[in-house]
Design a protein around this ligand. Sequence first.
Ligand SMILES: [Zn+2]
Length: 448
Amino acid sequence: MKDSYDLLVRGGTVVPMVRDREWFRGDVLVRDGRIAAVTRGPAADIEAERVVDAGHGLVLPGFVQGHVHVVQSLLRHRADGLELLDWLKKRTWPYEASLDGDDVEAAAELGIAELLCGGTTTALDFGTTHDHGRVFEAAERLGIRLLSGKTHMDLGDGCPAALVEDLDSSLAQAEELGTRWHGAAGGRLRYAVAPRFALSCTRPMLEGCAALARDNGWLLQSHASENAGEVEEVRHLTGLGNIEYLHSAGLTGEDVVLAHGVHLGAEERSLLAGTGTRICHCPGANLKLASGIADLPALLAAGVPVALGADGPPCNNRLSVFHEMALAGTLHNLRHGPRAIDPWTVLAMATREGARALGLGKEVGVLEVGYCADLTVLDASAWAMQPDGDPAARIVFGATAGDVRHAVVGGRPVVENRELLTADAAAITDKVQKATRAVEARMEECLA
Ligand SMILES: [Zn+2]
């Protein structure tokens, strides 16, 4: 009798990422949403309810991004030419203040569709202050694995009043959202508490966020040391370095993911490494906002766990893990020479190490029996992927989001032959156009 499976991903070159520099021709078999077997050569004597063709393809763990803002998607291409603090005050905060629930949903659908069609199956996402349930609803429908949280901000220098929150109700909203959504959709959705950054939060707010996360076993995420002006301002207000200040308020540890870490000294890197705090490297956004270049080789050498992320659509302007991989694999050569970062290290940051950084190291990030069946199939016949050879070099230096052929989350194909299966792409586009017009009109009022 033949063994039966729910899904067979057939005929590709498998890059399991369990260890670096390993790849082979084979099949991936899925049962009950988990990887049931990874074969070398074609699987024999099996039957599968559904078959996904990976011929001429590279089969990888679904990509993991450690920092995105899908709610900002409608502001894409509308916030260019600014540094961080002006980008927030003049564009991003007025935009977030202008969103209603339907706009949040349209933005989330756009961002999530882009992530899935670009092979990112897991993301740690940052919301705005309000209507955050709509992001989880979109994630539930579209099928992505999402860790997400509403943002917290109770300090308002240059911020529209509509975004400045009362501490108690802000924390109560997060608790309600986390209670509703953490573990939903069969564990695919998780809550991650999200104080925006040191300058947006009072110390009691930061401490309250840390306590809320720890009381519930939820991840904590924030932004840190992205911009030189930000770091200077934190020192002016608190008398401490930014990481030292966050540490004093409880925002370091193995359950904390801090985006950026561009402006860090050696002592701060040691503090991050010693506390197990994760950094999400966002080179695309750091270049676009002229923030600087995070010293990735120094972070890795210090032992800081690092993930990769695109950050927000208005500061990148894409949510492509391939763009971030290409930058992470090349940018650091300027400071450290042409072998600064090995492409396998970059590919691991976008899969295995990214998953570990998000606390999902036993769930996703590798193709191994027992792990969630989250995988991405790339078209290896794309021009820039030829000729064949070391897959990490081909992917990091040659691939783009357009090369993603299929994406599977928890054993469920969500993208097949470049088509999003979980939503009507034309309907999303239509919704996005309408919502963008409405938000633009409200932003004009907000800025008047
Ligand atoms: Zn961000």
